[in-house]
Design a protein around this ligand. Structure first.
Ligand code: B12
Ligand code: SF4
Length: 480
């Protein structure tokens, strides 16, 4: 029995977008994980990634060629339209192909997902146990009668590591030639680069995000053991010789004990590769010693959800931080030489123009290395989505608009022309900050003593010796 998984992520960039940034060059851990579990049970699994194809005709042709007995498709809310189209093509070509749908939208908006035609089964929650079990039942001709199956919660230390080759093998077939498992996205994380997940869930309760993820992964955060993550990193080092990586965890730093153990073991294992992770301003300001410890282990930067520069809005978002902490966190990062990727939102329900300007002011003071603004988007499964429905605010008329990208109106009562201006102005550095950055770049470029030493060595013809010294010793030279 042959099963094809489908990654439908073309809502943002369309077909043929491989390598164009993180949403077009990263693996789906959801599919990689259910693939690993199914392969471990002996199933024949392959992948069609719409991002690598040219058009719907191309998908049609590829599906015909593969001719699977079963397909498994993943779906965030934003993926709804391409998923619907895939399913209709699949059933048109082969009505007997069994179709299984999973992913965030299936759990967060089950009623809505049930309205999609051409679906045989929907698996809610996590798929590592229930997906292979369903495949076995299909293979044995003992298909379950109910259409919706609740995914059983797996023990994260007992499931196989994510099957990255599922994506890489497929991408390479379509011309992906980067020497990196996933597409690097910042200069601080050079390739070969990859992403990893150490756990599922988040202990906080921000109203634009929760309780959605609690429905998928449960209320309690489940983290893999440090040893399990280190073992995966060892295997990834052997397989890809990665130079940097990014933790996808919603908030890795919420567990200080875990982070402390990880940093110690990461260094003890001889890892020097740089990494990024997501954190929060309140955690960074409360635990500067942990920030330093992570920096010493290889951390190069944090994704921080600053969200707003106005206290009323931060409270409305139930962010659990303050504007002062946001500013303080940026100082802590600066002190330890860490890069800041700043996530922030504009156009939040009830937000006034003055409050938006508070965010603009704060972000210009934070002076992040990377700006990541978004227009507030009501996502199904969140408390603010319910608020928008109750107050008839949503302007999201099509699933494609579930992107948070700050390009189009999302809710009523906001002036999006003003927000576009505010979005752009928030990214203009102040004269003082620009001067500080230019000076720092100059110092880094021209005053690194190592660079001068290397140049001097080259001029003196000693550079070859240096290369020889860096080469690993061969067995012969050990013996002598
Ligand atoms: C990493 C990440 C990204 C990455 C990579 C995405 C990728 N390629 O997978 C990037 C940065 C690119 C990204 C982008 C976006 N993301 Co995102 N992302 C995440 C994050 C933090 C982790 C995803 C992950 O790997 N989770 C771990 C895996 C194991 O979980 P999983 O994917 O849900 O899969 C499990 C189950 O869902 C199920 N399952 C999944 N698929 C299938 C398929 C079958 C057949 C079966 C049986 C089961 C099954 O089994 C899996 C294993 O247990 C999540 C939050 C989270 N913690 O999950 C948000 C999250 C998924 N993202 C979200 C959103 C909104 C987006 C964006 C729309 C935001 C934007 N910028 O506009 C874009 C969309 C990109 C696009 N396709 O165009 C929302 C989705 C909400 C929703 N209602 O759909 C989430 C839940 C965050 C949130 N709380 O709002 N994202
Ligand atoms: S926004 Fe971040 S910190 Fe807040 S609940 Fe969601 S994942 Fe957790």
């Amino acid at each position: 029995m042959k099963t094809t998984l489908i990654y439908p992520g073309i809502a943002g960039r369309g077909f043929n977008c491989l390598s164009q940034g993180m949403d077009a060059g990263w693996v789906s851990h959801g599919l990689s994980s259910i693939s690993a579990s199914a392969r471990a049970e002996g199933f024949d699994i392959d992948l069609i990634d719409l991002r690598a194809l040219q058009s719907w005709d191309h998908f049609r042709e590829e599906f015909q060629k593969r001719s699977p007995d079963v397909v498994g498709i993943t779906m965030m809310s934003v993926d709804y339209n391409p998923v619907k189209r895939c399913l209709s093509i699949i059933k048109e070509i082969n009505p007997d192909c069994v179709t299984i749908l999973g992913g965030a939208h299936v759990t967060l908006a089950l009623e809505d997902s049930l309205r999609i035609p051409n679906v045989d089964y929907l698996i809610t929650n996590e798929g590592e146990i229930t997906f292979p079990r369903l495949l076995r039942q299909i293979e044995q001709g003992a298909r379950p009668e109910q259409k919706v199956l609740r995914g059983e919660t797996p023990d994260l230390d007992r499931i196989p590591f994510a099957d990255r080759d599922l994506f890489l093998g497929e991408w390479r077939k379509w011309g992906y030639s980067l020497n990196s498992p996933e597409v690097p996205f910042v200069k601080e994380l050079p390739g070969p680069f990859l992403t990893i997940i150490a756990g599922r869930g988040c202990a906080y309760r921000c109203s634009f995000c929760k309780p959605g993820e609690d429905y998928i992964f449960g209320k309690r955060v489940r983290r893999r053991s440090v040893d399990n993550v280190i073992q995966e990193l060892r295997e990834l080092r052997d397989a890809y010789n990665f130079q940097s990586f990014m933790f996808h965890d919603d908030c890795l730093t919420e567990d200080r004990a875990w982070v402390t153990e990880f940093c110690a073991k990461y260094r003890a294992e001889g890892f020097t590769q740089s990494f990024f992770c997501q954190s929060r301003a309140d955690i960074i300001t409360r635990h500067p010693d942990m920030v330093k410890m992570m920096r010493d282990a290889g951390l190069k930067g944090y994704f921080i959800g600053f969200e707003s520069g106005n206290q009323r809005i931060l409270n409305f978002l139930r962010k659990g931080t303050t504007v002062d902490r946001n500013l303080e966190a940026s100082k802590v990062c600066r002190e330890y030489g860490l890069v800041i990727w700043a996530n922030y939102m504009m156009g939040i329900p009830t937000e006034t123009k003055e409050e938006v300007m508070d965010t603009v002011k704060m972000i210009r003071e934070v002076d992040p290395d990377y700006f990541s603004p978004s227009f507030f988007t009501p996502h199904p499964g969140t408390d603010l989505y319910d608020y928008c429905v109750e107050h008839d605010l949503s302007l999201v008329a099509d699933y494609d608009s579930y992107r948070r990208n700050p390009t189009e109106p999302k809710i009523k009562g906001q002036d999006y022309e003003f927000l576009k201006w505010a979005r752009d102005f928030s990214q203009k550095r102040t004269f003082k900050n620009q001067a500080r950055r230019t000076y720092r770049a100059f110092v880094e470029k021209y005053t690194d003593p190592q660079k001068y030493a290397n140049r001097a060595r080259r001029l003196l013809g000693l550079a070859r010796d240096e290369q020889t010294a860096m080469r690993p010793l061969s067995a012969k030279s050990h013996a002598s």
